[in-house]
Design a protein around this ligand. Sequence first.
Ligand code: 5GP
Ligand code: ZN
Length: 114
Amino acid sequence: MDDCIFCKIISGEIPSKKLYEDDEILAFHDVSPQAPVHFLLIPKKHIRNIMELGKDDVALTGRMINKAQELAVGQGCGEKGARFVINCKSDGGQTVNHLHIHVLGGRPLDWPPG
Ligand code: 5GP
Ligand code: ZN
């Protein structure tokens, strides 16, 4: 998608600090970290948000969650845990319209959100 920031990160047009990449998935550190650990996982396919996932995407999203877990452990969150977040559309606080999982850790996080 031409004007999508995350598609530009996938293509390399916008630089990022990559954590992991394969044919379907990219993980990179958030440019504005909200915790000592804060990275994002995105599908390389441009899917706008979780509402637009189809049944065909089950394998992809399953892989993304497994990879999020693996990378969170690699970032030192295995013992104390982390928060895995998917914001969706305006009420969900989504600002980039390309599906992404936030992984935040390295400090205790408040709940519920404000
Ligand atoms: P959202 O609010 O849509 O759930 O989260 C979007 C996230 O993308 C934000 O945490 C924001 O800091 C991050 N972000 C926005 N633009 C860029 C960018 O160009 N590079 C990186 N690495 N992260 C970005
Ligand atoms: Zn995109």
